[in-house]
Design a protein around this ligand. Structure first.
Ligand SMILES: [Fe+2]
Ligand SMILES: [Fe+2]
Length: 480
C-alpha cells in the first residue's frame, strides 16, 4: 500500500480516505463490511432521534493545518466518516527509548504487537463510549448553537473510532478485526459488557456534565493522543496527529461552555445585587459553589485515567518507543530517562510527602502533571470572569490526591486542601466537595430545550461569536 504523503482525501470512495484504500482491496472490503455495523451502532447508541435533523457540521477535506474543514448542513447518518492521516515524513526517526535514532516503523514489530493492540483498543474504546454517554443530551439543549457543537463532537468521536479501527484492520490481522467488532459491541454503563475505562461508564446526564467532560476528560484524550503522536509506530503517530486537530474544538466547547455558565451566574449576581453565593440558585442559574463541586468531581475522576503514578507498563511503553512524553521530539535530554528522576507525591505517616522516583516509572505522573498545568490555565481564564464583575470567588483545583480511586492516593481520604483525614471525617464533608443527588437534580431542572435560533437557556450566556463566522442566531440545526 502506498503512503498518504501529499495525497488528497478521496471522497469518491464509500470510505473517504487519504491512505489509498482503493489500492488494497482486501483491506477495503474488510472495512466496507465494518461500515454498516458502525452505522447500526450509530443508530442504536448515537444521538437519539436525530436521524432526520440537518446539522451545520464541518467535515475534513484535507489534512493541511489551514482550511482542512468544509462546513455545511449534513444529516448525521450521512456524515462522511473516513480515514485521515497526516502526511508521512519519510525521514522520520524514533525520538526516544531503546530504538532511538532508528527509522520509524511502518509495520508492527512482533514483540510489540500485543502492547500496541492494547493501546489502540483502549484509545478506540473511549471514542464511541463518549458518544453513548451523550446520547440523550440533544433533548435538553440550551440553544441550537450548543446542539450543533454537541453533534460535531459526536460525529468526530465517531471518526476517531474509524481512525483506530483502520489501524486494527490494516496492521493486526484477524485479532484486529475481532477487536474492531468488539468496539461496536461494548456499551457505556452496560453491566454485562461495559466500556474499558471507568470514567467512560459514568452518565453524562446534563449539559453541565457534558461541558465539564469536554473540558476535563476530553483533555485527557488530548494528552494521551499527544503521547501517541510520538510513537515509533508511524501510522499511529500520524493518525493521532490529525485527531488532535479535531480535538481542539472539543476542548473549546468544554471550556467556553463552562465560561458562559460562569458568566451568566456572575451577571445575574451583579445585576440583582446578590452577595450570598448560594442565593444565585433562586434566580435560575448555577451558583458558583455548585460549579466548584463539579470541577472537583470531573477533575478527580479524570486524574484516575492516567493510571498509577508508578507504572512499569508506562516504563515499558516508553523504552519500547510505543508512547512518548508530550512533545518528546522537542524535549531536551537524552530521551532514554535511565538516569533521571521525577517527583511524585504519596501519603506517608499521616501526611503527604514528595519524593523522587525513577523518571521511567513515573511517566504516567508526568503526563498527568502536564495535563494539570493546562487545566490550571483554563481555571485562570474562568477566574477572570468573577474578577471582572467584582465577585469575590475564585475556582481552585483540589489537591491531586482528592477523591482518587487509582494510584498512590487510592484508599486514602484526602481533603481538597490536601489534608489527610479519616474516612468518617471525609464523608462528613463530602456533600460540600462533590455534587450531591440534589445538586444534579437542581442542574437538571434548569436544562429545558431551547431550539429557537438566537435564544439561550437562562442558565448560560450566549457565545461571543458563532461557528465559521456565522451569526450567533444562525439556524445551526434544522428540523425541517
Ligand atoms: Fe476523540
Ligand atoms: Fe474529543
Amino acid at each position: 500500500m502506498s503512503d498518504s504523503q501529499q495525497q488528497p482525501i478521496d471522497y469518491s470512495q464509500s470510505i473517504p480516505n487519504n491512505v489509498d484504500l482503493a489500492g488494497d482491496r482486501s483491506l477495503q472490503r474488510a472495512l466496507e463490511r465494518w461500515q454498516p455495523a458502525f452505522l447500526n451502532w450509530w443508530h442504536d447508541a448515537g444521538p437519539e432521534d436525530t436521524h432526520q435533523l440537518r446539522v451545520y457540521l464541518r467535515t475534513a477535506i484535507s489534512v493541511d493545518r489551514d482550511g482542512w474543514a468544509n462546513f455545511g448542513y449534513v444529516r448525521m447518518p450521512e456524515y462522511r466518516w473516513g480515514i485521515f492521516l497526516t502526511p508521512r515524513d519519510p525521514g522520520r526517526t524514533i525520538a526516544f527509548g531503546d530504538h532511538q535514532g532508528q527509522p520509524a516503523w511502518q509495520e508492527v514489530p512482533g514483540e510489540y504487537r500485543s502492547a500496541l493492540r492494547r493501546i489502540i483498543v483502549t484509545q478506540g474504546d473511549t471514542e464511541p463510549a463518549s458518544v453513548e454517554q451523550q446520547r440523550l443530551l440533544g433533548k435538553t439543549c440550551p440553544s441550537l448553537y450548543d446542539l450543533r457543537n454537541l453533534f460535531q463532537v459526536n460525529v468526530e468521536e465517531g471518526r476517531h473510532l474509524w481512525a483506530m479501527v483502520y489501524l486494527l484492520h490494516r496492521f493486526f490481522g484477524r485479532d484486529g478485526r475481532e477487536e474492531a467488532e468488539a468496539l461496536l459491541q461494548r456499551r457505556s454503563g452496560d453491566p454485562d459488557n461495559p466500556r474499558i475505562l471507568t470514567a467512560f461508564n459514568e452518565k453524562t446526564g446534563h449539559w453541565l456534565a457534558f461541558f465539564m467532560f469536554a473540558f476535563f476528560t476530553d483533555r485527557d484524550g488530548k494528552f494521551q493522543l499527544a503521547a501517541l503522536a510520538e510513537s515509533a509506530f508511524d501510522p499511529l503517530a500520524r493518525t493521532t496527529r490529525f485527531m488532535l486537530t479535531e480535538e481542539a474544538h472539543h476542548l473549546f466547547v468544554g471550556e467556553a461552555g463552562i465560561a458562559r455558565t460562569i458568566q451568566r451566574t456572575c451577571e445575574v449576581m451583579k445585576d440583582r445585587g446578590i452577595e450570598d453565593l448560594a442565593e444565585a440558585r433562586q434566580h435560575g442559574v448555577i451558583d458558583l459553589v455548585t460549579l466548584q463541586k463539579f470541577v472537583n468531581f470531573h477533575y478527580s475522576v479524570t486524574l484516575d485515567l492516567y493510571g498509577s503514578e508508578l507504572s512499569s507498563n508506562a516504563a515499558n511503553y516508553f523504552t519500547g518507543g510505543l508512547k512518548g512524553r508530550v512533545g518528546e521530539s522537542r524535549l531536551s535530554g537524552d530521551h532514554s530517562l535511565v538516569n533521571e528522576s521525577y517527583p511524585v507525591q504519596e501519603v506517608d505517616n499521616g501526611g503527604i510527602v514528595t519524593r523522587q522516583a525513577p523518571a521511567l516509572t513515573t511517566l504516567n505522573a508526568r503526563l498527568r502533571d502536564d495535563y494539570i498545568a493546562e487545566i490550571q490555565g483554563g481555571l485562570d481564564r474562568w477566574n477572570r470572569i468573577p474578577e471582572r464583575l467584582g465577585i469575590p470567588f475564585r475556582f481552585r483545583l483540589p489537591h491531586v490526591g482528592f477523591h482518587r480511586k487509582i494510584g498512590s492516593f487510592a484508599g486514602h481520604w484526602i481533603t481538597p486542601e490536601g489534608g489527610v483525614v479519616t474516612r468518617e471525617q471525609w464523608e462528613a464533608r463530602a456533600a460540600d466537595w462533590l455534587p450531591t443527588g440534589a445538586d444534579h437534580a437542581f442542574v437538571t431542572s434548569l436544562m429545558g430545550e431551547v431550539v429557537t435560533p438566537g435564544q439561550f437557556a437562562n442558565w448560560i450566556a450566549p457565545p461571543v461569536r458563532g461557528i465559521n463566522n456565522l451569526p450567533v442566531d444562525f439556524a445551526y440545526v434544522r428540523f425541517d
